[in-house]
Ligand binder design. Sequence first.
Ligand code: SF4
Length: 525
Amino acid sequence: MQSLIAAWILPDQLLEPSNHPVLQESLRESGGDQKAVRVLLIESRRHFTALPYHKKRLTLYISAMRHYAGELRSAGWQVDYLREETFADGLQRHCQANRWQRCVAMEALEHPTAQLQKQMAEKAKEFEFNLIVNSQFYWQQTEYVRAVSKNVIMENFYRAMRRQFQLLMDKDGEPEGGQWNFDSENRKPLPKKLQLPKELQFEPDEVTKEVMSDVENDYSGHAGNTKGFNLPVTRKEALTAFDDFLQHRMVDFGPYEDAMSHSKGRLWHSVMSPVMNLGLIDALTMCRRAEAEYRAGRAPIQSVEGFIRQIIGWREYIHWQYGRQMPDLRNANGWNHTRATPRFWWDGQTDMNCLKQIVGRLIDSGYNHHIERLMVLCNFAMLAGIDPEAVANWFLTMYVDSHDWVVLPNVIGMGLNADGGKTATKPYIASGSYINKMSDFCSHCKYQVKKRSGEDACPFNYLYWYFLVENEKKMRSNPRMGPNVLGLKHVSAEERVAITQQAREFLDSLNYYTDPAYEPDDSAI
Ligand code: SF4
């Protein structure tokens, strides 16, 4: 009789069953006998409490896993869905009860879980552990990226990906439309009259309702709540959400991708990252379908190129940086920032309207779009000198699409420039005038965005100028940051003193939070 093989699939490896590397390898090992394979999905409590994750994030993860068990069963697989304290507990107990001797798993995307798997592969006595290479990212198939030994900037990485996968390339091998990116056409401010397509809602089914109840009971001290959960949780729903984006939002996505609104969070963004990061929809398929919209004349090049750049450029680059920089990245602190996160990052109680709206929406939904994250939240964290690891842990906690591999390079590297400039060559800092240009937040704010210092001056302004004053020498030595400090020559010595004093008083006046520590599931067998 063929001995049983355990196929362990992690919560963010919910790939299409017919293409799943773990299932393919298990089938190969069993000589094609599907009945000799038991698929294990393990809800590890420790994994879900590594930080006080937002309850909508937990609902998304757990509901997607439970639905995936159903998808696998419909495809003929035997599935055991386990709820355990740790991954190791689940594997050990299942192994003892079912007497299997081989386990197939795919390398985790997240470093702590990948380390755990390596330990298991080396030390597990009761079974052999076949750990196969992760194939969830496309850069691994790109000769240029695989061959490169030094750091590359995102633009070069992106061009290599476009060439490799022949995305938006013309027949002469040149970029479609004669240029590689249309960034300059993708920075339109918020239109005066906001007309947005209807939001597609995915009403929770019985499985999701049960998960919502479990999350409220089992993870009661976590951030946010489950109320109003409406994200897609299955492959079918993910595809429906993407179809809806292509049909109703893609056209305006590009020009307004950096715009922000006082009243609406999503604007024309796809919000596909939560399902994409769980493996429910494939990145390259999405890019090809977006390109098809352009080829069919239904979407302009600047929107399609902007979308493809986010996925095959930024997302893949971020994952590549994570692999290059871990484990040091978690503690990188190139600007020596040490403050804790302010309490209003956790409760939204602040008079700064941009932050109040953005954090308020985040607490409610677990989502902000990329410019709100980069140019308001990371910008504030950088100017206020918040410890990069505390910022990263906050992002990991609060966002429905957060994963270690994306948050660490994106926040510590790109947003806070704390990795010595490996991910981005300059910090993304801006005064209130940038926020005012790209949004309507300031017209609803008690602070004066035009004032640099003094009573009611916008805190982003004096914090920005204070940062330049404090870091003038460092900024001047970087050719990309130099232009930021040029404006300092228009600031008198008296005003420098006033700005410095006001910024320090502001920072001293904030209530700070006791930031939670990151404690991943690392219990080995
Ligand atoms: Fe934000 Fe300053 Fe504008 Fe207020 S005035 S919304 S604090 S940028």
